[in-house]
Write a protein that binds this ligand. Structure first.
Ligand code: SF4
Length: 223
């Protein structure tokens, strides 16, 4: 596909690698712009690079990455079919939490990536990326529950590192992953419907009409 998305994402990546806008550039080995399919329908957003990511310049390549790949495989996906990015593109020293100023300074890069990718589904991994879209939500209460808004769906998930630290959460994580493809189908249908010309106001809703956006999340079935 030659719509320029890959080129634009490469431009953003080059800007990130050269970025010195916040102090994290002083301690990084490599910036980690993000990686994956430039036409991916699903974008995963983590928090920030860890030690392995900092070394390799790629997102989710440490233990959390291995876990994430297993979860993707469990629903028939590979990391090359999605796009993976982080809230901050450079590793916070000693894996500390990213500071508010660092996240605010780095925000425009992720915003630009989202604008270019225009994904149908954004999956947040952990509390910092969740806070972008669910600022008042508690992950233990809202994980796996999609919210449809604007042009896409947002799904908050636990961070893989949280599951590795707390294995009893694994069944919940798997259940949340099992919903992703069905949410993707719903997001596709909504975007398609929103692109269609409006029908007569008196027309009854068809079976293809997407559910009300304010409706509570529907019960999803496993594939
Ligand atoms: Fe630039 Fe973001 Fe890295 Fe800070 S974290 S130096 S804003 S790319």
């Amino acid at each position: 596909m030659t719509d320029g998305r890959v080129e634009k994402l490469n431009e953003i990546a080059a800007q990130v690698r050269a970025c010195t806008l916040c102090d994290l550039h002083k301690t990084r080995k490599q910036a980690v712009p993000g990686a994956g399919d430039g036409h991916a329908e699903i974008l995963f957003i983590g928090e920030g690079p860890g030690e392995q990511e900092d070394r390799q310049g790629l997102p989710f390549v440490g233990r959390s990455g291995v876990y994430l790949e297993k979860k993707l495989a469990s629903i028939g996906l590979t990391r090359d079919q999605v796009f993976i990015a982080n809230v901050v593109k450079c590793r916070p020293p000693d894996n500390r939490d990213p500071l508010p100023l660092e996240m605010a300074t780095c925000k425009s890069y992720l915003d630009h990536q989202i604008e270019v990718l225009d994904p149908l589904v954004i999956v947040t991994l952990g509390r910092f990326s969740m806070a972008r879209y669910f600022p008042t939500g508690k992950i233990t209460q809202i994980h796996g529950q999609p919210r449809f808004e604007d042009r896409r769906a947002y799904i908050p998930l636990f961070h893989p590192a949280a599951i590795l630290r707390n294995p009893p959460l694994e069944p919940q994580m798997q259940a949340d992953f099992n919903r992703i493809l069905e949410v993707l189908e719903q997001a596709r249908a909504r975007r398609l419907a929103s692109a269609m010309p409006p029908t007569s106001a008196s027309s009854p809703p068809s079976q293809d009409t997407p559910p009300d956006q304010d409706a509570p999340p529907i019960q999803l079935t496993l594939f």
